[in-house]
Unconditional design. Structure first.
Length: 287
């Protein structure tokens, strides 16, 4: 047993020494070396995915993963405690932007746990401003690795994303960033079947779940992709690439630029479609 451990230890040391000697010329070269290590069972598959995810966040912007404005669950600054509690229970979220007269007027962030003090003292007058946390505003162009570092330093877990005109574009949480590294995190409040499959963002960008049915995609984009060979958008995208693409890979097809946002060694999970020419219809490339 000791000899086997010693052998594995020596094998691992030799690998990392060879890794240092190879000096990969760029990031792609480094990833290729790490994938070879995983193929040789020197690196766990999940560890490889996390390393790739950590490298990926330095190339990804907030706009690519944010919750768009239309999907934000917000709290009015005049809402009564009972109304706020209803939103907390129905959404299952723990943090909520508090708005003023308009949706662009974010006055603060309300944490669900801060309501406990009010319900613990029934005679206490409720004023939402007493429990609000300061709002952090960030631009759409901020890179995720920078945002993650700021989240850690400030201990904030939510930021409001603003566009170039200083309007509210959406929100992003530390969980959103972490999921880009380690993959989807599901909890007891996640109801996958009830979520929207196609989310609309600005600048003709759409995030589409790979399990979205071709029929739903065609209806949304007014396209005519055939479902004879594949039933889902994920199947269509894999066919377009000609292989199972990895996270971050990009390809142009007809009037769309297609980018893989989330994928693992078995399947594609989330895709970004950017409409580059609205004048033509997306048609099946097999025609």
């Amino acid at each position: 047993m000791q000899n086997k451990k010693k052998y594995i230890y020596q094998k691992t040391i030799r690998f990392f020494l060879s890794l240092l000697r190879q000096e990969p010329p760029n990031r792609e070269g480094l990833i290729e070396i790490l994938r070879n290590a995983e193929n040789r069972n020197l690196l766990d598959a999940d560890a490889l995915l996390m390393i790739e995810g950590a490298l990926h966040v330095s190339e990804t912007h907030v706009r690519d993963i944010m919750v768009p404005r239309v999907q934000m669950i917000i709290i009015d600054n005049n809402a009564k405690p009972e109304e706020i509690l209803r939103s907390v229970v129905e959404s299952g979220h723990s943090r909520f932007p508090v708005i003023g007269d308009t949706n662009d007027e974010i006055e603060g962030i309300l944490l669900a746990k801060d309501l406990l003090n009010y319900y613990a003292d029934a005679d206490r007058d409720f004023n939402i401003k007493d429990v609000m946390r300061p709002t952090v505003f960030i631009p759409e162009s901020k890179r995720l690795n920078v945002l993650l570092r700021e989240f850690r330093m400030s201990r904030n877990h939510m930021a409001i994303v603003v566009d170039e005109y200083n309007g509210v574009a959406g929100l992003v949480t530390i969980e959103d960033v972490i999921e880009e590294i380690i993959g989807e995190i599901e909890d007891e409040h996640d109801h996958e079947d009830n979520e929207i499959n196609i989310n609309t963002h600005d600048n003709n960008r759409y995030t589409v779940k790979a399990l979205t049915q071709i029929g739903e995609f065609n209806e949304f984009f007014n396209t005519e992709i055939s479902d004879n060979e594949y039933d889902t958008v994920g199947g269509f995208v894999i066919n377009t690439f000609g292989y199972l693409p990895k996270r971050g890979e990009i390809i142009d097809f007809e009037r769309f630029n297609i980018k893989i946002l989330r994928a693992d060694k078995r399947r594609v999970h989330l895709i970004l479609f950017t409409q580059i020419d609205s004048g033509n219809s997306l048609e099946n490339n097999s025609k």
